[in-house]
Design a protein. Structure first.
Length: 348
């Protein structure tokens, strides 16, 4: 048990400009010390100095949001050999009592002590670089999609004969044509305004496409370095493999394949009634990880003979297609988790 290994637990409720700390005695549960420090290097050093004064001995830091506002403090502490534990959101606990930063820091400490196996923070280094690249690519893809929708809507109301000229073009030729257009100021104002708008959107889409391709290349490079075993699996592309790496993080963070399945939202939940015995998928968890598993399954159902044969066999046994997909997602979570755990450790 974690309580048998520690003398003090330091709870941290991080915010953008300041962090609230609370040193809790493990055996008695008493609050030894509370403080607020600045969210910068000087504040982190001062926080560690205060903890050395009031919590000397075996200790650990329970930080809420190690991947967001607590990321800087987590890097500072781990760089100095301190033990840091990741604490999830404390929304349910806040409903049963008051809400202050000091109270949340105490709750973070006690929440970590109550867990049988507290999670360690997510890995940094190349994994953190991969997370930044994935976030940037996702933003570029969403902006490109919005631009294409705007372009489609404007083409519907474009004046003739320009509309008839642009309508039969493929997307690639349409973007090149619009990006190179030079509206004539002597033409009709409506036509000039439409052409200026179309040119602006087309150039934006082309720029976002180039940006997305550059980021995708970097993502694939890092993914092949960190987890080449994932890319060898059928249906697992660079983007799905990147999301698997980000959600899994590093060795030891997720203790079992069942916990990984729960995180991915593919753990079976009993949904029986009367004489009907059935299970359904969990709808909670990391939805990005769930989407990655779903896309892998979609690809395998089109081109992977073993997956196609499995679905047919399940359908002949009386299972529905949805139930067969549920079983396949659970199998995917199990097999991919084992591949991740067998791979080389991630550098922090």
């Amino acid at each position: 048990m974690l309580a048998d290994q520690l003398d003090y637990m330091v709870g941290v409720d991080p915010h953008r400009d300041s962090h609230a700390l609370a040193v809790v005695h493990v055996i008695s549960g008493a609050i030894v010390f509370e403080a607020n420090v600045s969210a910068n290097s000087e504040g982190y050093a001062y926080a560690l100095e205060l903890v050395d004064q009031h919590g000397a001995g075996r200790r650990a830091f329970a930080v809420e949001g190690t991947g967001s506002f607590g990321a800087g403090l987590t890097r500072f502490l781990t760089g100095r050999g301190e033990r840091v534990l990741e604490v999830g959101r404390l929304r349910r606990e806040r409903r049963s009592g008051g809400k202050t930063d000091a109270l949340d820091a105490v709750r973070a400490a006690r929440s970590a002590l109550a867990q049988q196996r507290p999670a360690t923070p997510r890995a940094g280094g190349e994994r953190q670089a991969l997370q930044a690249l994935v976030a940037a690519r996702e933003g570029a893809v969403n902006a490109k999609r919005a631009g294409l929708c705007q372009l489609r809507d404007l083409l519907i109301t474009t004046p003739e004969p320009l509309r008839s000229e642009l309508r039969p073009l493929t997307r690639a030729r349409l973007l090149q044509r619009l990006a190179a257009t030079r509206p004539d100021g002597r033409r009709d104002p409506e036509l000039r305004g439409s052409m200026l708008a179309l040119r602006s959107i087309a150039r934006r889409i082309l720029a976002l496409t180039a940006e997305e391709r550059e980021l995708a290349g970097e993502i694939e490079t890092i993914t092949r370095k960190l987890a080449p075993q994932l890319l060898e699996q059928p249906g697992v592309g660079p983007h799905a493999a990147a999301q698997l790496l980000l959600s899994w993080s590093h060795h030891g963070r997720i203790g079992t394949e069942a916990a990984f399945a729960r995180l991915a939202g593919v753990a079976p939940i009993p949904a029986s009634s009367g004489q009907t015995v059935r299970y359904r998928l969990d709808r909670s968890g990391d939805r990005k990880l769930n989407r990655a598993l779903h896309m892998i399954l979609v690809t395998r159902k089109r081109s992977h003979p073993a997956t196609i044969a499995y679905i047919e066999r399940r359908l002949q046994e009386g299972k529905t297609r949805r139930e067969a997909n549920r079983c396949l997602k659970r199998y995917l979570a199990r097999s991919l988790y084992r591949l991740l755990e067998q791979g080389p450790p991630l550098a922090t």
